[in-house]
Design a binder for this molecule. Structure first.
Ligand code: GDP
Ligand code: IMO
Ligand code: MG
Length: 428
């Protein structure tokens, strides 16, 4: 039975979901699943570099900017000021969702303080990666880094700036001059035209206007009315600009510290922190990955887990679960509980390794220290109860809990909303 969030005597609860690895942990699926408990879902950082996959009754959808609660028609979805926003991409995603029969009208809101992503950000992102050659970051090429740079340098154009057209155009021209100088003279590529920059902003203003809302105030009012909300992280803890594997990170803070500034609410209004963790590890793009596998087992994870990026389609690098890193991430984020996803992908493995520590080898490289656990026979695919799991699978989950000192609330056993074991209600 569905929980009735409108009941006045039920205290609202703000539940945070963040990825604890390098992204693609299955956040979208779990946000969609848990949205039945809330009246609102909000994004607080990142942009359309995210790709969150939802599978409901066999139908797959990938969301990049729109919060993953959108399929629940009574629920409001919000984009907080910490998100960098590409208007053409937002509206093409809205059209796609609407074409699939989901109404968005009156239930998607955007902060007036979101910084806009413009075409020169995208060109800068791609041209810099080309120039870096072998040292490239492996970005998604969506202009995320350059857009956040403009925000920090106080040069960004915000959503609210669209409504003072003369000043908007004047600043757009100045920014364009500045970025075209770098594009042409330093990065040796063609400049972005004024027309292209204008076309990606002003034509969307009228459609955007009814969606603009003070998201911080909205969240506070909802909480005061006793309504619950989900705070949907994008990327993962190890891609955090401060606490991740710098410089191979994204350009925002992905850890829970970003929530308050990214949507305008106080930290004490957050009640529960759920870390979404894949039963193994993947990474897309460059950068260190201590437990990466280059052998048949790595291939097995890639194939069984269908590990291709939801945004760029790039193959994801695969490896064992890094419980050593997870323990630190749990501490950094005050995690209340874990959700382990893609357990079914480990079906059929003879043994499962889990990294419990790092040691320095003689040449100075970081090498993982592993515990070896037995795999299981048969399949956990689609399991809905712990009783459906072989003893070895339960043993693996218990080992993760013990290594991190955090309890597991949810286990995901397949891509569909229903392929889930709920052990504790994170809203209770
Ligand atoms: P996100 O970015 O964290 O939302 O994750 P992505 O959507 O980028 O990648 C997760 C992928 O795994 C998607 O294709 C999901 O449909 C799929 N997925 C999620 N949970 C499970 C699971 O428990 N088992 C399997 N086999 N696939 C899952
Ligand atoms: P979701 O929300 C996985 C990675 C890129 C690259 C680095 C920097 O689906 O988990 P950027 O374009 O952000 O400047 O790229 O971050 N990256 C992601 N990897 N999942 C994501 O999002 C990612 N968003 C960015 O591959 O290594
Ligand atoms: Mg993803």
């Amino acid at each position: 039975m569905e929980y009735d969030f409108r009941k006045k005597n039920i205290m609202g609860k703000n539940v945070v979901l963040i990825g604890t690895q390098w992204g693609d942990e299955g956040k979208g699926k779990i946000v969609d699943l848990l949205t039945r408990n809330v009246s609102g879902v909000v994004r607080f950082q990142g942009g359309h570099n995210a790709g969150h996959t939802l599978v409901v009754e066999g139908k797959k959808r990938v969301l990049h900017l729109i919060p993953s609660g959108i399929l629940h028609e009574a629920v409001t979805c919000m984009i907080g000021n910490g998100v960098v926003l590409s208007l053409p991409d937002l509206f093409s995603e809205i059209s796609e969702i609407q074409d699939s029969g989901v109404s968005i009208s009156g239930r998607l809101f955007v902060s007036p303080n979101c910084a806009l992503i413009l075409p020169y950000h995208v060109e800068l992102d791609k041209a810099r990666e080309r120039k870096l050659g072998k040292q490239k970051i492996g970005t998604t090429g969506r202009g995320i880094g350059p857009a956040y740079e403009d925000k920090i340098s106080r040069r960004a154009l915000l959503v609210r700036d669209l409504f003072d057209e003369p000043s908007f155009l004047e600043r757009l021209e100045l920014n364009l001059d500045y970025h075209n100088f770098v594009l042409e003279k330093y990065l040796e590529c063609p400049p972005v035209s004024y027309g292209a920059a204008v076309d990606s902003t002003l034509p969307y203003r009228d459609k955007l206007e009814p969606m603009i809302k003070d998201i911080g105030r909205e969240l506070s009012e909802r909480r005061n009315r006793g309504e619950s909300a989900i705070f949907e992280g994008a990327q993962g803890a190890l891609l955090d600009i401060d606490h991740g594997t710098y410089p191979f990170v994204t350009s925002s803070n992905t850890n829970v510290g970003a929530i308050s500034s990214g949507c305008g609410i106080g930290p004490r209004s957050l009640d529960y922190f759920l870390g979404i963790t894949k039963a193994y590890t993947t990474r897309v793009g460059e950068g260190p990955f201590p437990t990466e596998l280059f052998d048949a087992e790595g291939k097995h994870l890639a194939v069984a887990g269908n590990e291709f990026g939801s945004t760029t389609g790039r193959p994801r690098r695969c490896g064992w679960l890094d419980a050593h890193a997870l323990k630190e991430v749990a501490q950094l984020n005050s995690l209340s509980g874990l959700c382990i996803t893609k357990l079914d992908v480990l079906d059929g493995l003879e043994k499962i390794l889990v990294c419990v520590d790092y040691k320095k080898s003689l040449n100075g490289n970081t090498e993982p220290v592993y515990d070896e656990l037995p795999g299981w026979e048969g399949s956990v695919s689609g399991a809905k109860s712990m009783d459906d799991l072989p003893a070895e699978a339960r043993n693996y989950l218990e080992r993760i809990e013990n290594l991190c000192g955090i309890k597991i609330d949810i286990v995901s056993t397949g891509p569909d909303r229903e392929n889930t074991i709920i052990l504790h209600n994170v809203f209770s």
